[in-house]
Design a protein. Structure first.
Length: 324
């Protein structure tokens, strides 16, 4: 048969395939999320996230060294408080678990980029991402002030990048202004610009003990049905001074990544969230999926869709395979 074009011609050998490969996954694309617990000697595995641990300070530093040794450029820190209250007051404490961890990491693993999650849900007794009005609604503007204080406390501890994940309107601008005011104008902001009200966050809420005690987050996080809204959210964050934009979750929202990519010239990150990790782990444990192959395929697909950076609990496992 005379076929003019045979796509298979370029698929015949490993070398040929490598030569024409459009997307390459690198260790430098990965960021590893970590949970900092108060106390000492804590290394507690999250039941729904095998291989992911809540770590106290010295254990965290140990694991961060391993992360850096694998060639992963950065970590994202989530803090767990000693105690929660209505206003999440521990979140901005210079003595909080995250603030202490940042100081230690910048001293002991100085080349590692330290990113901190800025939100209140892990610190409030009600589990919402902001301060509540008497009726239970999250008070947007009052929350902005607290978030700005949290971000400043992280920056003053030495964080390279702060990452607001609360989805209040105007928080990137409020945080930028507060950072500049205290002379932290070089601290960057990675904005969870496009964060959907997703059920894929379930395992994370176990890890951070941050499930809302009433209601849900749909009054501030985005509706999974909406794509145009993503452009608007990202544009607002660019105007307010974001340095990196993020889409979250990743795999179910590849269309959103692909839509944002040509619209914005900032680095674009994607967060492969806890539920995405848990699904792959669980299926692999049952012997239903090849864990390594599926992991690499999922990360490659996220990159192909448009992400420059991928936040993933698979970072260590993937980096170990990717090599130099
Ligand atoms: C805090 C926050 C959440 C995640 C990251 N930051 C949970 C939420 O919004 O409920 C989810 C991360 C994951 O599922 O891996 N607001």
């Amino acid at each position: 048969m005379e076929l003019l074009f045979r796509p298979r011609r370029l698929r015949r050998s490993e070398t040929l395939r490598r030569m024409v490969q459009e997307t390459r996954l690198r260790r430098e694309d990965l960021i590893y999320p970590m949970f900092v617990a108060p106390g000492q000697g804590v290394r507690q595995e999250v039941p729904s996230m095998p291989g992911v641990f809540r770590l106290s300070l010295e254990k965290l530093v140990e694991e961060a060294k391993e992360v850096a040794g694998l060639g992963i450029p950065g970590v994202l820190l989530f803090g767990l408080p000693q105690k929660k209250d209505e206003t999440g007051s521990e979140a901005a404490s210079p003595k909080g678990a995250v603030q202490q961890a940042v100081r230690r990491l910048k001293k002991e693993v100085p080349d590692l980029v330290v990113i901190t999650d800025v939100c209140l849900c892990g610190y409030t007794s009600h589990g919402h991402c902001g301060l509540l009005r008497p009726g239970g609604e999250v008070d947007n503007d009052a929350t902005l002030e607290v978030l700005a204080q949290v971000a400043v406390s992280h920056a003053q501890a030495g964080a390279d990048i702060v990452a607001p994940s609360d989805m209040m309107d105007g928080r990137v601008g409020a945080i930028r202004e507060a950072l500049d005011e205290v002379g932290q104008e070089m601290t960057a902001i990675l904005s969870y610009a496009v964060k959907y009200a997703s059920s894929f966050y379930g395992p994370f809420r176990d890890a951070a003990d941050s499930a809302p005690q009433f209601g849900d987050r749909r009054a501030y996080q985005m509706d999974p049905a909406n794509a145009r809204d993503a452009i608007r959210e990202a544009a607002l964050d660019v105007e307010e001074g974001a340095d990196i934009l993020m889409v979250k979750p990743a795999m179910p929202y590849l269309d959103i990544l692909a839509r944002l990519r040509p619209e914005f010239d900032l680095p674009l990150a994607a967060y492969q969230v806890s539920g995405e990790y848990a699904m792959i782990k669980a299926a692999a444990q049952k012997g239903w999926l090849d864990e390594t192959a599926v992991m690499l395929e999922s990360l490659l697909s996220i990159k192909r869709a448009g992400a420059d950076l991928i936040l993933t609990y698979f970072a260590k496992q993937a980096a170990a395979l990717l090599g130099k």
